[in-house]
Design a protein around this ligand. Structure first.
Ligand code: TIU
Length: 222
């Protein structure tokens, strides 16, 4: 299967490809939530919801695996490095949607529009990257995944860290520009350019309609 992408067309075998949906959590995306309370413009993230929802429908329709991630910590914060807490003192504090970035709280969970299906893995991660201190590598090994379609928030933080981790582990990553977002448009733009620069130093960049079109091409999925 081939998708028009930068810097070159991205080819992938659907039987060894997973869709990764990073940190589409209420704490980051809901108006009135943690992200907005830090002075951020959540609409920059919320524009990813509709394209991501359409992509999920097509991806699930093709019977392909979806893996969701959530950034957050245990209620006692024992998995939150003091250095992270020092620069993010709101973590664990009571917010409008429960304790901020704490597992089990309403705000920590994924937004209703993109709720995981019962058979889809949800990986809880204490850091920005989805591989650090998680079971993601094991899940991908069991599925025999070689390529990742990467979506979610934020482009230059958790998406970038995860793509860099995945790249170093040998995965081919396609990042979908309309399905990733940042509170800072200039960081989003630069983040995407960094991925595809230098011949695709960390991966490829495309748009979700190209992936949906490829999935809809008769005979492409065996
Ligand atoms: N998921 C993710 O990117 N976590 C962040 O903290 N991102 C920010 O941009 N702050």
């Amino acid at each position: 299967m081939e998708v028009l992408a930068k810097p070159t067309p991205f080819t992938f075998d659907p039987s060894t490809t997973a869709l990764l949906v990073i940190d589409m959590q209420r704490d980051f995306l809901l108006p009135g939530g943690f992200g907005e309370s830090l002075g951020n413009d959540v609409s920059q993230l919320r524009r990813t919801i509709a394209p991501l929802s359409a992509l999920l429908t097509a991806w699930r329709g093709a019977g392909l695996p979806v893996i969701h991630t959530r950034e957050g910590h245990l209620p006692d914060l024992s998995d939150c490095p003091p250095a992270k807490l020092r620069r993010g003192p709101d973590i664990g504090q009571q917010g409008q949607f429960g304790r901020i970035l704490i597992r089990g709280e309403y705000g920590h969970d994924i937004i209703d529009e993109l709720a995981p299906a019962p058979d889809e893995a949800v990986v809880d991660k204490p850091g920005k990257g989805a591989f650090y201190a998680t079971e993601l590598s094991d899940i991908l090994d069991k599925l025999r995944v070689e390529s990742l379609i990467v979506t979610g928030v934020t482009t230059e933080v958790c998406v970038h860290t995860t793509v860099r981790e995945a790249n170093d582990r040998g995965y081919e990553c396609l990042v979908l520009a309309d399905c990733v977002g940042s509170y800072f448009p200039s960081f989003h733009q630069a983040g995407l350019e960094m991925i595809a620069a230098q011949g695709g130093i960390f991966g490829w960049v495309a748009d979700s309609p190209s992936v949906i079109a490829a999935l809809a091409t008769p005979g492409e999925i065996k």
